[in-house]
Design a protein around this ligand. Structure first.
Ligand SMILES: C[S@@+](CC[C@H](N)C(=O)[O-])C[C@H]1O[C@@H](n2cnc3c(N)ncnc32)[C@H](O)[C@@H]1O
Length: 263
C-alpha cells in the first residue's frame, strides 16, 4: 500500500511537458516567456533547459501565484527565472523579444484564444518558438470497463473548470489556434495518462487542491467527495476492475513564428 501511494504521488504529466519543451527546441541560452505560470512548475523546468546563460520570465495575473513561484525559485537557488504579475494579453518584454513563449493549461481559460495568442506572437523574435500543452475532455473518461468513481471524479473536475468559463476542447483546438495566430505548426501530439492498480495518478491530490473551487461552483458537496477516503476508494476501484482507466489527455503543439510577416 505504501508503495502504491508513492506511485499515486507522482505527477506523470510532468514528463510529457518536459518532452514537449525539448522537442519544441527550448535549449541553452534562450530567453523564454511562460504565460499563466501559476506556481512556476513549467518555468522551473524551462529554467533548467536554458541554463545559466538563458532567462525565463514567468507571468501570471494571480499575484499570490507569482509570489509563491518566486519563493520556490529562491529556495531552490535558481537564479535564471523571474516571476512577474500581469496579464498575458499585454506581455512584458524584458530586454528584447523572446526566443520562445510557452504555457500549460492556460489557453483553455482565455475566452478568445487567437486574441490571446496574437500579443504573445508579437512579443517573439522572428523565427521564435511557441509551445503549449492543454488538456481536453473530449475523449475522457475512457476505459473498457466501468469505473464509476473515477468517472465521477473526472466529471467533477471538468464541470468545475467549465463553470469557471474554461473550454473543454482546447486540446483539439490547439494546433488550429496556433495556425490562426500566424504561426507555422512544427509538431503536435496527444498523450493519455494510463492508470492501473500499480500505476495510479495524483487524482485525489488534484481533487484536494481544487476542493474550494469544486464547492464554490456547486459541483459536489464535501460529503459526496469525502476527501479523506477518496484516494483509498480510487485505489480500491482499480484493484477491483484490474483494468486501465484514462482520466487525463494532454495535448501538445509547438510552432514557429515566420521569419517574415506574411501579412
Ligand atoms: C491551470 S493553472 C496552470 C499553471 C501552470 N501553467 C502549470 O501548468 O502548472 C492556469 C494559470 O493561468 C493563469 N492565468 C489564466 N488566465 C491568465 C491571463 N489572462 N493572464 C495571466 N495569467 C493567467 C491562472 O492565474 C493560473 O495560475
Amino acid at each position: 500500500m505504501a508503495n502504491e501511494s508513492n506511485q499515486a504521488g507522482e505527477d506523470r504529466g510532468a514528463h510529457t511537458t518536459e518532452r514537449l519543451l525539448r522537442d519544441a527546441g527550448i535549449s541553452t541560452g534562450m530567453r523564454v516567456l511562460d504565460v499563466g505560470c501559476g506556481r512556476g512548475d513549467v518555468s522551473l523546468m524551462a529554467a533548467r533547459l536554458v541554463g545559466e546563460t538563458g532567462l525565463v520570465i514567468g507571468l501570471d495575473h494571480d499575484e499570490r501565484a507569482t509570489s509563491t513561484a518566486t519563493e520556490r525559485a529562491k529556495d531552490l537557488g535558481i537564479k535564471n527565472v523571474q516571476f512577474l504579475p500581469g496579464d498575458l494579453h499585454a506581455p512584458p518584454i524584458v530586454g528584447a523579444p523572446y526566443d520562445a513563449v510557452i504555457g500549460r493549461r492556460v489557453l483553455m481559460y482565455q475566452p478568445n484564444r487567437i486574441a490571446a495568442l496574437r500579443p504573445l506572437v508579437d512579443a517573439l523574435r522572428p523565427g521564435g518558438l511557441v509551445a503549449f500543452q492543454e488538456v481536453d475532455a473530449t475523449m475522457v473518461p475512457a476505459s473498457p470497463k466501468p469505473h464509476p468513481l473515477h468517472e465521477q471524479v473526472t466529471r467533477w473536475l471538468w464541470q468545475t473548470v467549465e463553470r469557471e468559463g474554461a473550454t473543454t476542447t482546447m486540446g483539439f483546438e490547439l494546433p488550429i489556434a496556433l495556425e490562426a495566430a500566424g504561426l507555422n505548426v512544427e509538431g503536435q501530439r496527444a498523450e493519455a495518462i494510463l492508470q492501473t492498480k500499480h500505476h495510479r495518478h495524483i487524482t485525489a491530490w488534484i481533487v484536494r487542491a481544487m476542493m474550494p473551487r469544486i464547492l464554490e461552483r456547486g459541483v459536489a458537496s464535501e460529503a459526496e467527495i469525502d476527501i479523506e477516503t477518496l484516494d483509498a476508494r480510487l485505489a480500491e476501484e482499480l484493484h477491483q476492475t484490474n483494468s486501465t482507466f484514462i482520466g487525463d489527455m494532454l495535448f501538445s503543439a509547438w510552432a514557429r513564428k515566420p521569419l517574415r510577416s506574411e501579412a
